[in-house]
Design a binder for this molecule. Sequence first.
Ligand code: FES
Length: 168
Amino acid sequence: MSDRSELIITGKPFAFDAERDAEFERLVKRYPIRESMILPALWLTQEQEGWISAEAMAYIADRIGTYASKVYEAATFYTMFNLEPKGQYHICVCRTLSCWLREKQEIVDYLAKEIGIRPGEISEDGRFSLEEVECLGHCGTAPVVQLNGEFHEEMDVDKMKALLATLK
Ligand code: FES
């Protein structure tokens, strides 16, 4: 797993594409205090790129008119923001109590065997990345898996296998 205190500097300039740019302009009108746009702008960035680079944080700060350090603080505080590139299919498995008690490890072990990666890794072809995350807030339907942000509940190895089959 990556050290969240280290940002990847790509040197590649970042800007919203036309769709996200329009969405940014639509959303920013809602907020009398522009800094309230930090979280929505981070979500737009992650939706576009799959992760949030240091360059993207600087871009967001410029667009909002705030300090890059404020954008950095928000991006590094919330664990749902990816601070490094992820696979085309980013799989998060909840590792907190309810999911742990309901055999989340079997799912992680299955994914490790099937895809060949452990939590914190990206497959060589870049298609898959796997991560164990803290409570996803759906404890009553544990174990819970997120695939590119979409929830899959009451998971088991068979359901995970079926879900992977839809991606191939
Ligand atoms: S413990 Fe897994 S969703 Fe809450």
